[in-house]
Design a protein around this ligand. Structure first.
Ligand code: EPZ
Length: 416
Protein backbone atom coordinates (compact mmCIF):
# COMPACT_ATOMS: atom_id res chain seq x y z
CA UNK A 1 0.00 0.00 0.00
CA UNK A 2 2.56 2.57 -1.06
CA UNK A 3 0.49 4.32 -3.71
CA UNK A 4 -3.00 5.82 -3.96
CA UNK A 5 -4.57 5.75 -7.43
CA UNK A 6 -7.46 8.12 -8.02
CA UNK A 7 -9.45 8.75 -11.18
CA UNK A 8 -11.06 12.17 -11.35
CA UNK A 9 -14.47 13.27 -12.48
CA UNK A 10 -16.88 11.54 -10.08
CA UNK A 11 -19.40 13.45 -7.98
CA UNK A 12 -19.28 12.47 -4.32
CA UNK A 13 -22.40 11.82 -2.25
CA UNK A 14 -23.12 10.31 1.15
CA UNK A 15 -22.47 10.47 4.87
CA UNK A 16 -19.30 10.10 6.91
CA UNK A 17 -18.63 9.86 10.63
CA UNK A 18 -15.50 11.90 11.16
CA UNK A 19 -12.64 10.22 13.07
CA UNK A 20 -11.43 11.57 16.40
CA UNK A 21 -8.76 14.25 16.21
CA UNK A 22 -5.13 13.16 15.94
CA UNK A 23 -4.02 16.39 17.54
CA UNK A 24 -6.23 15.67 20.57
CA UNK A 25 -5.34 12.01 20.90
CA UNK A 26 -1.56 12.53 20.88
CA UNK A 27 -1.24 14.95 23.83
CA UNK A 28 -3.91 12.94 25.67
CA UNK A 29 -1.85 9.75 25.25
CA UNK A 30 1.10 11.65 26.77
CA UNK A 31 -1.19 12.83 29.59
CA UNK A 32 -2.12 9.22 30.49
CA UNK A 33 1.33 9.00 32.12
CA UNK A 34 0.34 11.50 34.82
CA UNK A 35 -2.17 9.26 36.60
CA UNK A 36 -0.21 6.01 36.96
CA UNK A 37 -3.50 4.27 36.32
CA UNK A 38 -5.62 2.91 33.45
CA UNK A 39 -7.14 5.23 30.84
CA UNK A 40 -9.41 4.21 27.99
CA UNK A 41 -9.50 6.28 24.80
CA UNK A 42 -12.75 5.49 23.00
CA UNK A 43 -12.82 5.35 19.20
CA UNK A 44 -9.13 6.05 18.97
CA UNK A 45 -8.18 6.55 15.31
CA UNK A 46 -5.76 3.99 13.80
CA UNK A 47 -2.99 6.28 12.65
CA UNK A 48 0.76 6.00 12.24
CA UNK A 49 1.29 8.79 14.80
CA UNK A 50 -0.94 6.96 17.30
CA UNK A 51 1.16 3.82 16.70
CA UNK A 52 4.30 5.84 17.42
CA UNK A 53 2.76 7.21 20.64
CA UNK A 54 1.85 3.67 21.75
CA UNK A 55 5.40 2.51 20.98
CA UNK A 56 6.71 5.33 23.18
CA UNK A 57 4.33 4.35 25.99
CA UNK A 58 5.40 0.70 25.72
CA UNK A 59 9.08 1.68 25.71
CA UNK A 60 8.43 3.64 28.92
CA UNK A 61 7.11 0.44 30.49
CA UNK A 62 3.38 1.14 30.17
CA UNK A 63 0.89 -1.48 29.00
CA UNK A 64 -1.12 -0.59 25.91
CA UNK A 65 -3.66 -2.68 24.04
CA UNK A 66 -6.62 -2.29 21.71
CA UNK A 67 -10.11 -3.44 22.66
CA UNK A 68 -11.96 -3.14 19.35
CA UNK A 69 -11.68 0.59 18.57
CA UNK A 70 -10.72 1.62 22.10
CA UNK A 71 -7.12 2.09 23.18
CA UNK A 72 -6.44 0.99 26.77
CA UNK A 73 -3.35 2.46 28.43
CA UNK A 74 -2.13 1.33 31.84
CA UNK A 75 0.72 3.59 33.00
CA UNK A 76 1.05 2.08 36.52
CA UNK A 77 4.01 -0.01 35.32
CA UNK A 78 5.96 2.91 33.83
CA UNK A 79 9.64 2.26 34.56
CA UNK A 80 11.72 4.56 32.33
CA UNK A 81 11.94 8.28 31.68
CA UNK A 82 13.84 8.40 28.37
CA UNK A 83 12.68 8.13 24.75
CA UNK A 84 15.04 6.73 22.08
CA UNK A 85 15.94 8.86 19.08
CA UNK A 86 14.28 6.65 16.47
CA UNK A 87 10.87 7.12 18.18
CA UNK A 88 11.48 10.85 18.73
CA UNK A 89 12.24 11.35 15.04
CA UNK A 90 8.97 9.81 13.86
CA UNK A 91 6.72 12.68 14.88
CA UNK A 92 6.73 16.19 16.32
CA UNK A 93 4.27 15.25 19.09
CA UNK A 94 6.83 12.98 20.75
CA UNK A 95 8.11 16.15 22.46
CA UNK A 96 4.79 16.49 24.34
CA UNK A 97 5.87 13.47 26.40
CA UNK A 98 8.56 15.71 27.91
CA UNK A 99 6.22 17.70 30.16
CA UNK A 100 4.31 14.57 31.18
CA UNK A 101 7.43 12.50 31.98
CA UNK A 102 8.91 15.38 33.99
CA UNK A 103 5.69 15.74 35.97
CA UNK A 104 5.60 12.01 36.73
CA UNK A 105 9.34 11.20 37.21
CA UNK A 106 11.11 14.50 37.89
CA UNK A 107 13.56 13.82 35.07
CA UNK A 108 13.47 13.05 31.35
CA UNK A 109 15.88 12.38 28.49
CA UNK A 110 15.13 12.58 24.81
CA UNK A 111 16.40 13.99 21.51
CA UNK A 112 14.74 16.71 19.42
CA UNK A 113 11.51 15.59 17.72
CA UNK A 114 10.88 14.98 14.01
CA UNK A 115 7.59 15.53 12.17
CA UNK A 116 6.34 17.06 8.91
CA UNK A 117 8.88 19.35 7.29
CA UNK A 118 7.08 22.68 7.28
CA UNK A 119 10.13 24.90 7.80
CA UNK A 120 12.03 25.40 11.05
CA UNK A 121 10.13 23.98 14.02
CA UNK A 122 12.05 25.03 17.14
CA UNK A 123 11.05 23.93 20.65
CA UNK A 124 12.48 26.96 22.47
CA UNK A 125 9.06 27.93 23.87
CA UNK A 126 8.50 24.41 25.23
CA UNK A 127 11.87 24.46 26.98
CA UNK A 128 11.45 27.99 28.29
CA UNK A 129 8.03 27.12 29.79
CA UNK A 130 9.48 24.04 31.50
CA UNK A 131 12.42 26.09 32.80
CA UNK A 132 9.90 28.62 34.18
CA UNK A 133 8.45 25.76 36.22
CA UNK A 134 11.89 24.96 37.60
CA UNK A 135 13.22 22.33 35.21
CA UNK A 136 16.95 22.29 34.56
CA UNK A 137 17.48 21.44 30.92
CA UNK A 138 20.82 20.73 29.29
CA UNK A 139 21.00 20.51 25.54
CA UNK A 140 24.00 18.67 24.09
CA UNK A 141 24.24 17.16 20.61
CA UNK A 142 20.51 17.80 20.11
CA UNK A 143 19.86 15.63 23.18
CA UNK A 144 17.74 17.03 26.02
CA UNK A 145 18.61 16.09 29.59
CA UNK A 146 16.00 17.47 31.99
CA UNK A 147 15.84 17.36 35.76
CA UNK A 148 13.03 18.75 37.85
CA UNK A 149 12.79 17.11 41.26
CA UNK A 150 10.48 19.95 42.40
CA UNK A 151 8.39 21.62 39.72
CA UNK A 152 6.82 24.82 41.04
CA UNK A 153 3.72 26.59 39.72
CA UNK A 154 4.54 29.97 38.14
CA UNK A 155 3.25 32.39 35.54
CA UNK A 156 4.34 31.29 32.07
CA UNK A 157 4.03 33.88 29.32
CA UNK A 158 4.26 32.43 25.82
CA UNK A 159 5.59 34.88 23.21
CA UNK A 160 3.35 33.21 20.60
CA UNK A 161 0.37 30.94 21.26
CA UNK A 162 2.19 27.71 20.36
CA UNK A 163 -0.06 24.66 20.54
CA UNK A 164 2.70 22.26 21.54
CA UNK A 165 4.30 24.61 24.09
CA UNK A 166 0.89 25.20 25.70
CA UNK A 167 0.34 21.42 25.95
CA UNK A 168 3.80 20.77 27.38
CA UNK A 169 3.37 23.57 29.93
CA UNK A 170 -0.04 22.21 30.99
CA UNK A 171 1.26 18.65 31.42
CA UNK A 172 4.31 19.71 33.42
CA UNK A 173 2.17 22.05 35.54
CA UNK A 174 0.05 19.03 36.57
CA UNK A 175 3.10 17.78 38.48
CA UNK A 176 4.02 21.15 40.01
CA UNK A 177 3.34 22.36 43.50
CA UNK A 178 1.06 25.41 43.57
CA UNK A 179 -0.75 27.11 40.70
CA UNK A 180 0.56 27.72 37.17
CA UNK A 181 -0.91 30.38 34.91
CA UNK A 182 -0.21 30.19 31.18
CA UNK A 183 -0.68 33.54 29.46
CA UNK A 184 -1.05 33.86 25.66
CA UNK A 185 -1.93 30.16 25.58
CA UNK A 186 -3.06 28.52 22.33
CA UNK A 187 -6.88 28.40 22.09
CA UNK A 188 -7.29 25.42 19.76
CA UNK A 189 -10.22 23.03 20.44
CA UNK A 190 -7.66 20.26 21.01
CA UNK A 191 -6.35 22.19 24.04
CA UNK A 192 -9.91 22.34 25.39
CA UNK A 193 -10.17 18.58 24.85
CA UNK A 194 -6.92 18.04 26.77
CA UNK A 195 -8.41 20.12 29.59
CA UNK A 196 -11.56 17.89 29.68
CA UNK A 197 -9.39 14.80 29.82
CA UNK A 198 -7.22 16.19 32.64
CA UNK A 199 -10.31 17.26 34.59
CA UNK A 200 -11.56 13.66 34.34
CA UNK A 201 -8.18 12.54 35.73
CA UNK A 202 -8.69 14.85 38.69
CA UNK A 203 -6.61 17.86 37.65
CA UNK A 204 -7.93 21.25 38.67
CA UNK A 205 -7.48 23.12 35.38
CA UNK A 206 -9.54 25.88 33.80
CA UNK A 207 -9.44 28.51 31.07
CA UNK A 208 -8.66 26.33 28.02
CA UNK A 209 -10.16 27.90 24.91
CA UNK A 210 -9.18 31.32 26.23
CA UNK A 211 -5.71 32.86 26.31
CA UNK A 212 -5.22 32.25 30.03
CA UNK A 213 -5.11 28.76 31.48
CA UNK A 214 -4.60 27.95 35.16
CA UNK A 215 -3.48 24.58 36.46
CA UNK A 216 -3.33 23.57 40.09
CA UNK A 217 -0.75 20.86 40.40
CA UNK A 218 -0.03 18.32 43.05
CA UNK A 219 -3.44 16.66 43.22
CA UNK A 220 -3.86 12.86 43.34
CA UNK A 221 -4.64 11.81 39.78
CA UNK A 222 -6.35 8.68 38.50
CA UNK A 223 -7.39 6.94 35.29
CA UNK A 224 -10.43 7.86 33.21
CA UNK A 225 -12.39 7.13 30.06
CA UNK A 226 -12.50 9.66 27.25
CA UNK A 227 -13.59 10.09 23.65
CA UNK A 228 -11.69 12.83 21.81
CA UNK A 229 -13.38 15.51 19.71
CA UNK A 230 -13.82 14.99 15.98
CA UNK A 231 -10.92 15.95 13.76
CA UNK A 232 -11.73 19.37 12.32
CA UNK A 233 -9.01 19.11 9.66
CA UNK A 234 -10.25 15.72 8.50
CA UNK A 235 -13.74 17.29 8.35
CA UNK A 236 -12.31 20.17 6.30
CA UNK A 237 -10.72 17.60 3.97
CA UNK A 238 -14.02 15.83 3.16
CA UNK A 239 -15.87 19.15 2.79
CA UNK A 240 -13.19 20.51 0.43
CA UNK A 241 -13.18 17.30 -1.61
CA UNK A 242 -16.94 17.39 -2.19
CA UNK A 243 -16.86 21.16 -2.81
CA UNK A 244 -14.37 20.54 -5.62
CA UNK A 245 -15.95 17.48 -7.26
CA UNK A 246 -19.56 18.51 -6.81
CA UNK A 247 -22.06 16.44 -4.85
CA UNK A 248 -23.53 16.34 -1.39
CA UNK A 249 -22.06 15.16 1.89
CA UNK A 250 -23.12 15.10 5.55
CA UNK A 251 -20.45 14.83 8.21
CA UNK A 252 -21.56 13.42 11.55
CA UNK A 253 -20.06 14.06 15.00
CA UNK A 254 -18.29 17.30 14.05
CA UNK A 255 -18.68 20.54 15.97
CA UNK A 256 -19.40 23.03 13.17
CA UNK A 257 -17.84 25.88 15.19
CA UNK A 258 -14.45 24.19 14.92
CA UNK A 259 -14.46 24.50 11.12
CA UNK A 260 -16.31 27.79 10.74
CA UNK A 261 -13.47 29.60 8.92
CA UNK A 262 -13.19 26.75 6.43
CA UNK A 263 -16.95 26.49 5.84
CA UNK A 264 -17.12 30.29 5.41
CA UNK A 265 -14.46 30.03 2.67
CA UNK A 266 -16.36 27.21 0.93
CA UNK A 267 -19.64 29.14 1.11
CA UNK A 268 -17.90 32.13 -0.46
CA UNK A 269 -16.63 29.79 -3.19
CA UNK A 270 -20.26 28.88 -3.99
CA UNK A 271 -21.16 25.87 -1.80
CA UNK A 272 -24.31 25.56 0.26
CA UNK A 273 -23.71 24.53 3.85
CA UNK A 274 -26.15 23.58 6.58
CA UNK A 275 -24.82 23.13 10.10
CA UNK A 276 -26.55 21.72 13.14
CA UNK A 277 -25.13 20.58 16.39
CA UNK A 278 -22.66 17.80 15.52
CA UNK A 279 -23.65 17.77 11.82
CA UNK A 280 -22.39 19.63 8.76
CA UNK A 281 -23.93 19.12 5.32
CA UNK A 282 -22.40 20.56 2.16
CA UNK A 283 -23.84 20.72 -1.33
CA UNK A 284 -21.80 21.82 -4.33
CA UNK A 285 -22.27 21.92 -8.10
CA UNK A 286 -18.50 21.60 -8.45
CA UNK A 287 -18.18 25.03 -10.08
CA UNK A 288 -16.36 27.20 -7.54
CA UNK A 289 -15.37 30.87 -7.53
CA UNK A 290 -12.13 32.41 -6.29
CA UNK A 291 -12.45 33.82 -2.76
CA UNK A 292 -11.02 36.69 -0.73
CA UNK A 293 -7.51 36.19 0.68
CA UNK A 294 -7.04 33.20 2.97
CA UNK A 295 -4.67 34.13 5.79
CA UNK A 296 -3.69 31.37 8.19
CA UNK A 297 -3.51 32.23 11.88
CA UNK A 298 -3.86 30.56 15.28
CA UNK A 299 -7.36 29.39 16.28
CA UNK A 300 -10.00 30.79 15.89
CA UNK A 301 -8.38 32.03 12.67
CA UNK A 302 -8.08 30.02 9.45
CA UNK A 303 -6.06 26.86 10.27
CA UNK A 304 -2.70 26.38 8.62
CA UNK A 305 -3.56 22.68 8.47
CA UNK A 306 -6.45 23.45 6.07
CA UNK A 307 -4.46 25.75 3.76
CA UNK A 308 -3.30 23.05 1.30
CA UNK A 309 -6.70 21.36 1.42
CA UNK A 310 -8.78 24.43 0.58
CA UNK A 311 -6.20 25.45 -2.03
CA UNK A 312 -6.69 22.04 -3.68
CA UNK A 313 -10.45 22.55 -3.83
CA UNK A 314 -10.01 25.87 -5.66
CA UNK A 315 -7.54 24.70 -8.33
CA UNK A 316 -10.31 24.72 -10.99
CA UNK A 317 -12.22 27.69 -9.56
CA UNK A 318 -13.16 30.74 -11.63
CA UNK A 319 -10.91 33.62 -10.67
CA UNK A 320 -8.00 34.19 -8.36
CA UNK A 321 -7.40 33.43 -4.67
CA UNK A 322 -4.46 34.65 -2.60
CA UNK A 323 -3.16 32.53 0.30
CA UNK A 324 -0.92 33.92 3.04
CA UNK A 325 0.74 31.30 5.26
CA UNK A 326 1.51 32.99 8.55
CA UNK A 327 2.27 30.01 10.80
CA UNK A 328 4.94 27.94 9.04
CA UNK A 329 7.73 29.18 6.77
CA UNK A 330 7.67 26.33 4.31
CA UNK A 331 4.15 25.04 4.01
CA UNK A 332 3.71 25.18 0.25
CA UNK A 333 5.52 21.98 -0.68
CA UNK A 334 2.31 20.68 -2.26
CA UNK A 335 2.33 23.54 -4.79
CA UNK A 336 5.03 22.10 -7.15
CA UNK A 337 3.01 18.86 -7.18
CA UNK A 338 -0.18 20.79 -8.10
CA UNK A 339 1.78 22.43 -10.93
CA UNK A 340 2.66 18.98 -12.33
CA UNK A 341 -1.10 18.44 -12.70
CA UNK A 342 -1.49 21.66 -14.69
CA UNK A 343 -2.51 24.01 -11.87
CA UNK A 344 -1.61 27.71 -11.92
CA UNK A 345 -0.22 28.76 -8.52
CA UNK A 346 2.61 31.28 -8.15
CA UNK A 347 4.66 31.41 -4.95
CA UNK A 348 6.38 34.42 -3.45
CA UNK A 349 7.62 33.75 0.08
CA UNK A 350 4.64 33.30 2.35
CA UNK A 351 2.15 34.21 -0.41
CA UNK A 352 0.62 31.90 -3.00
CA UNK A 353 -1.53 33.28 -5.82
CA UNK A 354 -3.87 30.72 -7.33
CA UNK A 355 -5.58 31.30 -10.69
CA UNK A 356 -8.18 28.65 -11.42
CA UNK A 357 -7.58 26.50 -14.52
CA UNK A 358 -10.18 24.69 -16.63
CA UNK A 359 -8.74 21.25 -16.15
CA UNK A 360 -6.22 19.31 -14.09
CA UNK A 361 -4.43 16.33 -15.61
CA UNK A 362 -3.80 13.10 -13.78
CA UNK A 363 -0.11 12.31 -13.35
CA UNK A 364 2.27 10.93 -10.71
CA UNK A 365 2.72 13.20 -7.69
CA UNK A 366 4.34 12.82 -4.28
CA UNK A 367 2.79 13.46 -0.88
CA UNK A 368 5.27 15.87 0.71
CA UNK A 369 3.63 16.03 4.13
CA UNK A 370 0.40 14.98 5.86
CA UNK A 371 -2.03 17.72 4.77
CA UNK A 372 -0.20 18.29 1.48
CA UNK A 373 -0.80 14.59 0.76
CA UNK A 374 -4.53 14.89 1.48
CA UNK A 375 -4.61 17.98 -0.77
CA UNK A 376 -3.15 15.92 -3.63
CA UNK A 377 -5.96 13.39 -3.20
CA UNK A 378 -8.45 16.28 -3.56
CA UNK A 379 -6.63 17.48 -6.68
CA UNK A 380 -6.67 13.93 -8.07
CA UNK A 381 -10.44 13.67 -7.54
CA UNK A 382 -10.82 16.56 -10.01
CA UNK A 383 -8.15 15.45 -12.51
CA UNK A 384 -8.71 14.20 -16.04
CA UNK A 385 -7.43 10.62 -16.02
CA UNK A 386 -5.61 8.84 -13.23
CA UNK A 387 -3.44 10.47 -10.56
CA UNK A 388 -0.90 8.33 -8.70
CA UNK A 389 0.04 9.64 -5.27
CA UNK A 390 3.33 8.35 -3.94
CA UNK A 391 4.84 8.46 -0.43
CA UNK A 392 1.42 8.05 1.16
CA UNK A 393 2.88 7.12 4.55
CA UNK A 394 2.55 10.85 5.30
CA UNK A 395 -1.23 10.57 4.82
CA UNK A 396 -1.41 7.55 7.16
CA UNK A 397 0.05 9.69 9.93
CA UNK A 398 -3.25 11.54 10.30
CA UNK A 399 -6.08 9.99 8.23
CA UNK A 400 -7.94 6.83 9.24
CA UNK A 401 -9.64 5.23 6.20
CA UNK A 402 -9.38 8.26 3.90
CA UNK A 403 -9.41 6.09 0.77
CA UNK A 404 -12.21 3.84 2.06
CA UNK A 405 -14.38 6.82 3.03
CA UNK A 406 -13.91 8.58 -0.30
CA UNK A 407 -14.66 5.34 -2.14
CA UNK A 408 -17.84 5.03 -0.07
CA UNK A 409 -18.83 8.52 -1.27
CA UNK A 410 -18.40 7.32 -4.86
CA UNK A 411 -14.80 8.22 -5.70
CA UNK A 412 -12.78 5.98 -8.01
CA UNK A 413 -9.88 5.61 -5.60
CA UNK A 414 -7.82 2.67 -4.41
CA UNK A 415 -4.53 1.62 -2.86
CA UNK A 416 -1.92 -0.17 -4.90
C1 EPZ B 1 0.45 21.88 16.14
O1 EPZ B 1 1.84 21.82 15.87
C2 EPZ B 1 -0.19 20.81 15.28
N1 EPZ B 1 0.36 19.52 15.65
C3 EPZ B 1 0.07 21.09 13.81
O2 EPZ B 1 -0.64 20.15 13.06
C4 EPZ B 1 -0.46 22.49 13.48
O3 EPZ B 1 -0.10 22.79 12.15
C5 EPZ B 1 0.14 23.53 14.43
O4 EPZ B 1 -0.10 23.14 15.80
C6 EPZ B 1 -0.44 24.92 14.23
O5 EPZ B 1 -1.83 24.87 14.37
C7 EPZ B 1 -0.14 18.88 16.70
O6 EPZ B 1 -1.03 19.34 17.40
C8 EPZ B 1 0.41 17.52 16.96
P1 EPZ B 1 2.92 25.40 17.15
P2 EPZ B 1 2.86 22.57 16.83
O7 EPZ B 1 3.85 25.13 18.25
O8 EPZ B 1 2.43 22.42 18.22
C9 EPZ B 1 6.62 28.29 16.19
C10 EPZ B 1 -0.96 18.58 11.34
O9 EPZ B 1 -0.97 18.64 10.08
N2 EPZ B 1 7.22 27.78 17.41
O10 EPZ B 1 1.62 26.06 17.46
O11 EPZ B 1 4.20 22.11 16.45
C11 EPZ B 1 6.57 27.22 15.10
O12 EPZ B 1 7.79 27.12 14.43
C12 EPZ B 1 0.07 19.28 12.17
O13 EPZ B 1 -1.77 17.89 11.98
C13 EPZ B 1 8.40 28.34 17.88
O14 EPZ B 1 8.95 29.26 17.28
O15 EPZ B 1 2.65 24.06 16.35
C14 EPZ B 1 5.44 27.69 14.24
O16 EPZ B 1 5.91 28.67 13.36
C15 EPZ B 1 1.23 19.78 11.40
N3 EPZ B 1 8.96 27.84 19.02
C16 EPZ B 1 4.49 28.36 15.24
O17 EPZ B 1 5.26 28.57 16.42
C17 EPZ B 1 8.40 26.81 19.70
O18 EPZ B 1 8.95 26.40 20.73
C18 EPZ B 1 3.28 27.52 15.64
O19 EPZ B 1 3.69 26.23 16.05
C19 EPZ B 1 7.20 26.27 19.24
C20 EPZ B 1 6.62 26.76 18.09
Amino acid sequence: MSLIKVEGGRRLCGEITVQCAKNSVLPILAATILGGDTCVIHACPRLRDVETATEILRYLGCRVHWEADDLVVDTATMSRCDIPEDLMRQMRSSVIFLGAILARCGRAEMSYPGGCELGPRPIDLHLSALRDLGAEIEVCDRCLCCRAPHLRGREIVLSIPSVGATENAILAACGAEETTTITNAAREPEIVDLQYFLQKMGVCIKGAGSSTITVEGGTGLHGCVHRCIADRIVAATYLSAVAATGGEVCLRDVDYRHVSTVTAALVQAGCQIRSEENLICLKSDGILQGISPVRTSPYPGFPTDAQAIVMASLLRSRGTTVFVENIFENRYRHVPEFLRMGADVRLEGRVAVLCGVEKLCGTTVRATDLRGGAALVIAGLQGNGETHIDDIYHIHRGYDCLVENLAQLGAAIRYE
